[in-house]
Ligand binder design. Structure first.
Ligand SMILES: [Zn+2]
Ligand SMILES: [Zn+2]
Length: 82
């Protein structure tokens, strides 16, 4: 089962299971803003391609809740100010 991480690893924005998000094959998770404009669609951790994360909604999200373990990169993300 896909681990739905609760935040963007770059900007720490909240990304609930039913929100738009991007992930790589290792489930590194980013918000669409960071993924598309800042990272150019490439994961800064593993250089893999970032794809649209499938959403988990309604009863499925209640039965299989998103992870609450937040991940933020130790190093600032490339490609942006801050
Ligand atoms: Zn972000
Ligand atoms: Zn990655």
């Amino acid at each position: 089962m896909l681990t739905l991480k609760p935040n963007c690893e770059c900007c720490d924005k909240d990304l609930p299971g039913d929100a738009a998000a991007r992930i790589c094959s290792f489930e590194c998770t980013f918000c669409p803003d960071c993924a598309d404009s800042r990272l150019g669609g490439v994961c800064p951790n593993c250089s893999g391609k970032l794809e649209v994360r499938p959403t988990r909604v309604g009863p499925a999200l209640e039965r299989f809740p998103a992870s609450t373990e937040r991940h933020v990169r130790a190093q600032p993300c490339p490609g942006g100010a801050s």
